[in-house]
Design a protein around this ligand. Structure first.
Ligand code: AMP
Ligand code: ZN
Length: 666
């Protein structure tokens, strides 16, 4: 074996181990910076030596493969469903049935029932061969390229694994990552995802695995399938899987009786709310694999396992009416107005109906008695209709075809669930929503002007787009409801002060669809002025780092409108910052792109604040505390001992002030 190959293999082994520590065992030992450096080294070597390509190399995790149509694969071992139970009696009945079929004491493994998308992974000689969705249980979709990007799925096993086996598990999207994804979507004016489970299963079917790699999915394993597995019980198989490198949650517990099973259930019925991901029940499995074999399967499910579903809190109430809301982007959301009812400790009066398809699918009609549930989501949802209580004269809901606010014919683009009102410049809630966005804290941050006042100003005909704010006079606003001399002064002054808000935030404030805070920053940095952004073609925009086709299209569409151009020109004439200031432009580079830097100690050449500004101006990020994410530390004199210790422990490099300045050539 030549030395290059050895080097590649060694790097792969090392990165694999760090990956396992970080994503499976939750205990990192090297900094992200060092990890990235090693990964980059490996990438470079692999690029130069394609003869050593390995589809399971840690470099393959970032994705990139695009699948147009997922291939259908037949499961070697069928993926069964589970029978459900809802009470102690159900479980006791189950035990009685089992006891007739097997001899001896029966032990149970109790596990949590993770709510995600089920997956079957096949390993051959310790290497991930394929990942297939459950499909109809007999055959599913080959989603290997996508699953490989999930960091907690080992691509290469360790220890005494069997030569060939399947392992089943659930791909979930933990709440934290889910909420973060939604915050980002809301910020760019897109509909938030409804729940983690659908988002997880949707992610598996994305065509671009690079997109999947960006989603914080996790894979939790619970079942070994195959022959000669070298284990005798379900509980041991969980432990073994853990040793081979799989992520197996440690909630699983052995129970010697149904009473002990119930203790587990009762415990988790309360404590599940503090888990990082969704669970919808418990799965009880006969522990002995010998027993499992004797029990076998029904047409649909194993006899040796039983799911116990937690009661979601659910009530039924009358649907009084359906109203339609228009958002700032023109998206229409149907809302169910309910007869007020107590649910999970709060009074519920409204529920989201999501879109036209949902109403049609559930055939929801005004006057119906509907079932309402409060699950992981914030807004309660309607599960269905109690048809036994339906009025004989009830008529199917006809979705509105015109905007409830401006009467414009609604449109619905192919592939989109939502209807939109296209009357961008004449639809009140859109106008108000856009101005409210313009003045919001992260945008123009106009002191003394609130959302309600904006609505009033629009209704009174004083403003009809955000550029009108800059010509408002005190005399015009004083007559408004609840407006005193002082607050009118504050309002006018606040508007005037917003002329100092830097360009990147103005760009965000314009409310271009898909242009959130970060995208606005990127565009501002790249183009430096609104004129350059306006002049950019779609191809031009796509070439900017992290700007995709959807954003590019939206930016071009925005500036294709004469009205928008007029508005921007007016803003310009009032002195709003529509280009980077001289001060901002000076000394800006991307040298530190991707670096997360901690500054600590006392400095001699420049001040600490100057250092921080230098970092940001050159594309880096300043962080106040040392973590595994820190790239390096700029250490001045008298660095604290605890910081020093932490840096050593996490292997984070220290550099001096002068070396840092040298790096930037200042
Ligand atoms: P159901 O879809 O309601 O029939 O429930 C069966 C599904 O529960 C299986 O296909 C698995 O995807 C999922 N599941 C979640 N957690 C577990 C677990 N610990 N053991 C077995 N199945 C589980
Ligand atoms: Zn409208």
């Amino acid at each position: 074996m030549n030395t290059i190959e050895q080097k590649i293999l060694a790097l792969r082994a090392e990165l694999r181990e760090h990956n396992d520590k970080y994503y499976v065992q939750d205990s990192a030992v090297i900094s992200d910076y060092d990890f990235d450096m090693k990964l980059k080294e490996l990438q470079d070597l692999e690029l130069k030596h394609p003869e050593f390509f390995d589809a399971n190399s840690p470099t393959q995790r970032v994705g990139g493969a695009v699948t147009k149509n997922f291939e259908t694969l037949v499961h070697e071992h069928r993926m069964y469903s589970l029978d459900n139970s809802y009470s102690k009696e159900d479980l006791q009945d189950w035990e009685a049935r089992i006891k007739k079929m097997v001899d001896g004491e029966i032990q149970y493994t109790c596990e949590l029932k993770y709510d995600g998308a089920s997956i079957s992974l096949t390993y051959e000689n310790g290497v991930l061969e394929k990942a297939v969705t459950r499909g109809d249980g007999f055959q599913g979709d080959n989603v290997t390229a996508n699953v490989k990007t999930i960091k907690s799925v080992p691509l290469q096993l360790k220890g005494d694994f069997p030569p060939r086996f399947d392992i089943r598990g659930e791909i979930v999207l933990p709440f934290e990552g889910f909420n973060k994804m939604n915050e980002e979507r809301i910020e760019i004016g897109e509909e938030p995802y409804r729940n983690p489970r659908n988002t997880a299963s949707g992610s598996l079917k994305l065509q671009d695995s690079g997109e999947v790699a960006k989603r914080p999915l996790e894979c939790l394993l619970y079942n070994l399938t195959g022959t000669k597995l070298g284990v005798e019980t379900q509980f041991d198989s969980l432990e073994k899987a853990r040793q081979w490198g799989f992520k197996v949650p440690d909630a699983a517990k052995l129970a010697n009786s149904i009473d002990e099973v119930l203790e587990f259930i009762n415990y988790w019925d309360i404590h599940r709310h503090s888990l990082p991901y969704e669970t919808d029940g418990v799965v009880v499995k006969v522990n002995s694999l010998q027993h499992q074999e004797e029990l076998g399967y029904t047409a649909k499910a194993p006899r040796w396992a039983m799911a116990y579903k937690f009661q979601a809190e659910q009530v039924s109430t009358r649907l009084n009416s359906i109203t339609y809301q228009v958002g700032r982007t023109g998206a229409i959301t149907p809302v169910a107005n309910l007869e007020p009812v107590e649910l999970a400790g709060t009074t519920v009066k409204r529920a989201s109906l999501h879109n036209a398809d949902q109403i049609e699918k559930l055939d929801i009609r005004v006057g119906d008695e509907v079932y309402v549930e409060k699950g992981g989501e914030i807004i309660p949802k309607i599960l269905g209709v109690d048809l036994t209580k339906r009025d004989l004269n009830s008529v199917p809901t006809v979705y509105i075809s015109k905007c409830p606010e401006c009467e414009t014919e609604l449109v619905r683009q192919a592939g989109e669930a939502q209807h939109y009102c296209p009357n961008y410049n004449g639809c009140k809630p859109q106008i108000i929503g856009r101005i409210q966005h313009f003045i919001s804290r992260k945008a123009m941050d106009i002191d003394g002007l609130g959302g309600e006042t904006v609505a009033l100003l629009v209704k009174e005909g004083l403003i009809s787009n955000y550029s009108d704010l800059y010509v408002l006079t005190k005399d015009q606003v004083i007559p408004l409801e609840r407006m005193a001399e002082k607050s009118a002064d504050n309002l006018i002054q606040g508007i005037s002060q917003s002329k100092n808000i830097p360009f990147e935030r103005v760009l965000y404030a314009l409310g271009i669809r898909y242009v959130g805070e970060t995208v606005a920053k990127k565009l501002a940095k790249h183009y430096k002025s609104i004129d350059a952004v306006m002049a950019a073609s779609q191809e031009d925009l796509v070439n900017v780092d992290e700007i995709g086709i959807k954003i590019a299209e939206s930016v071009c569409a925005f500036f294709a409108s004469e009205e928008n151009i007029n508005t921007v020109n007016r803003l310009k004439s009032f002195g709003v910052q529509l280009q980077m200031s001289e001060a901002q432009l000076e000394g800006q580079t991307e040298i530190l792109q991707g670096d997360i830097i901690v500054v600590t100690g006392v400095f001699e050449i420049v001040s600490r604040n100057e250092l921080k500004k230098l970092i940001e101006d050159n594309g880096g990020k300043v962080s106040s505390s040392i973590s595994s994410k820190t790239s390096y530390i700029i250490a001045g004199a008298n660095m604290g001992p605890s910081k020093k210790e932490k840096a050593e422990k996490l292997n984070i490099p220290l550099i001096s002030e002068s070396d840092f300045l040298l790096k930037l050539k200042v």
